[in-house]
Write a protein that binds this ligand. Structure first.
Ligand SMILES: Nc1ncnc2c1ncn2[C@@H]1O[C@H](COP(=O)(O)OP(=O)(O)O)[C@@H](O)[C@H]1O
Ligand SMILES: O=COP(=O)(O)O
Ligand SMILES: [Mg+2]
Length: 568
């Protein structure tokens, strides 16, 4: 691939339009936009409201992009989302894109940026992958203001009678720093506060992120912030952000972050890039505000849910579409030859690059994983289109084997996609099959996997058995007591967001394919009362990831003229 330019080189060689010129034909003018330089903007509240109203008179064809269980590098959902959005416009449809904004954790870690790649990127990729418009910084500050005000209450009179062992609000940082996973704070004697165990989670896993992504508008955001539970008192009663008098200042810190960011793709398609929850430790899709605004601008909205369909897509269907009252009209399942080969045998993610095998049988052995993801998605009653995201090292024969398997054995639409290497020229077959799927779809067929009235255990067990392929669920740690507390608090009707490894359909990262004869371990359940869902922790999933010994950061640099290298 030496000849192929880097993502950054392609981005730098693209002549971007000033964002005000780009958006003018899409009915967004100067007084609708808060500019962050020439190429980035936030959409003002009144314009979001107008777009929501405009959406009532438009077709709202919602296309979700998900994937099979990925290798540690990712299989191209963001690339496919951007590429498909570009291609739909290229073939004459009016399409919008909505994706999440990157976290510095993965940018400097293993996966790198989240602005797409090749000729299917959102721009300016170096801004978007670094500080963008400051939303992640604002969310980190908002999260930590709550933590600081909580500890101030705790160590200066504790008039709320908070139980020091029942504080449920850690600190946050937008960096993969395992050393901060478990900490002891309040040291230093009388002036140091109240000594207690604490820790950090990645900002993407903060309930502040989830609240931002599910809020309707600034007023709703404030009400949700107020409801966030940060601790329990000596009687086991919840203590909220409002109880510690932090609602106002925290919402004030998010007054810009709540406005959706809008940028452009390499081919000049407008794209919302807003909110950034991961799909393993959080719910995994961009803000509802961006989705609802996008529906007012185009007849198609292409949006991405993180990691495999067992994570992002399951949560999109069961949580986001439920809370946001949306109905997907088609789902694109991104597959790759490299991921299929990866699923031919059990292996730890770190051993991924050990795959040398080539040829058809190596690809065919991985079909078990792809088939399970297709089967899962069909349970939601939404038509599936498999995209074979072609990498440079793939042979025609390997790609054709996947297409034939999908069309002949699974009887689902499938298309080769080369939107990475070619932009919209490489996405026409995929886009046409997506349009076909949307045209044939009956939105009435869409269904959640469980009803609001189902019990908490029924919800967890439905996802575990129907989506992950588990035989059942084993509740360990505090899980049983937590469920009782959730029921006492009246949260039984909340949907459940399962936090699980993304390296496997199961909760064991070394298991590939479609693991059978296993039981899901759920060890803790806590409420995201502001977001409106419960979080169930499984296995050894980490809300504060760590950096590898050789992080992507080590290959990044900037010269005296500001030219960046190594960012991808
Ligand atoms: N067809 C492709 N050829 C080469 N590199 C690709 C291709 N598709 C994706 N990539 C690269 O793989 C990585 C993961 O892509 P991304 O779209 O972020 O995946 P996901 O969103 O599924 O995690 C990125 O570095 C991206 O540039
Ligand atoms: O939450 C994870 O998202 P990606 O799969 O797009 O990295
Ligand atoms: Mg992605």
């Amino acid at each position: 691939q030496d000849s192929f330019p880097t993502d950054y080189e392609i981005a730098q060689s693209t002549e971007m339009e000033p964002i005000w010129d780009l958006l003018e034909p899409w009915d967004l003018g100067n007084d609708d936009l808060q500019y962050y330089g020439e190429y980035k903007a936030k959409v003002e509240h009144h314009a979001v409201e107008r777009l929501r109203e405009d959406a009532e008179d438009r077709e709202q064809n919602l296309v979700l992009v998900t994937g099979m269980t990925p290798t540690p590098l990712g299989e191209g959902k963001t690339v496919t989302t951007v590429g498909l959005g570009q291609t739909l416009n290229h073939i004459g449809e009016e399409a919008m894109i909505a994706i999440r904004e990157p976290s510095l954790g993965p940018v400097f870690g293993v996966k790198g940026g989240a602005a797409g790649g090749g000729y299917s990127q959102v721009l300016p990729m170096e801004d978007i992958n670094l500080h963008f418009t400051g939303d992640l910084h604002a969310l980190t500050s908002a999260h930590n203001l709550i933590a600081a005000m909580l500890d101030a209450k705790l160590s200066q009179g504790n008039e709320l009678n908070m139980d020091v062992n029942e504080v449920s609000w850690p600190r946050a940082l937008d960096m993969n720093d395992r050393a901060l996973r478990e900490t002891v704070i309040g040291l230093g004697g009388k002036t140091g506060g109240t000594p207690r165990e604490d820790g950090f989670l990645l900002t993407a896993a903060s309930e502040m992120m989830a609240v931002l992504c599910l809020a309707e508008d600034l007023g709703d955001l404030k009400e949700r912030v107020a409801r966030v539970i940060v601790a329990y008192d000596d009687d086991g009663e919840p203590v909220t952000v409002d109880d510690i008098e932090a609602t106002g200042p925290v919402t004030m810190l998010l007054r810009d972050a709540i406005k959706p960011n809008i940028v452009q793709t390499i081919e000049g398609t407008p794209a919302f890039v807003h909110g950034g929850p991961f799909a393993n430790i959080a719910h995994g899709t961009n803000s509802l505000i961006a989705d609802k605004a996008a529906f007012g601008m185009g007849d198609y909205l292409v949006t991405e849910a993180g990691f495999g369909s067992d994570l992002g897509a399951e949560k999109f269907m069961n949580i986001v579409c439920r809370l946001g009252d949306m109905t997907p009209n088609a789902v694109v399942l991104v597959s790759s030859v490299r991921a299929l080969k990866y699923h031919g045998q059990d292996m730890w993610p770190a051993d991924f690059d050990a795959i040398e095998e080539s040829g058809i049988d190596a690809v065919e052995r991985g079909f078990e994983n792809l088939d399970k993801h297709v089967e899962n998605l069909q349970k939601f009653g939404v038509p599936v289109v498999v995209a074979v995201n072609r990498f440079p090292e793939d042979s025609d024969e390997e790609v054709q084997t996947v297409l034939d398997h999908c069309r002949d054995d699974l009887d689902v639409r499938a298309a080769e996609s080369t939107v990475f290497a070619e932009g919209s020229e490489g996405g026409v077959d995929l886009a046409e099959r997506v349009v076909g799927a949307v045209d044939e779809n009956d939105p009435e067929d869409f269904t959640h996997l469980y009803e609001d009235e189902a019990s908490i255990k029924e919800k967890i067990e439905t996802v575990a058995t129907e989506v992950y392929g588990a035989d059942g669920v084993n509740y360990t740690g505090s899980a049983e007591d937590d469920i009782e507390r959730m029921e006492e608090l009246g949260f039984e009707e909340f949907p459940v967001c399962l936090s699980k490894t993304f390296h496997s359909l199961s909760d064991d990262a070394s298991k590939k394919g479609a693991p059978e004869d296993w039981t899901l371990e759920v060890r803790e359940i806590y409420p995201s009362a502001g977001a409106g869902f419960l979080v169930a922790l499984t296995g050894d999933v980490l809300t504060m990831p760590g950096l590898p010994a050789d992080p992507a950061a080590a290959d990044m640099d900037i010269d005296a003229d500001g030219n960046i290298s190594g960012l991808f």
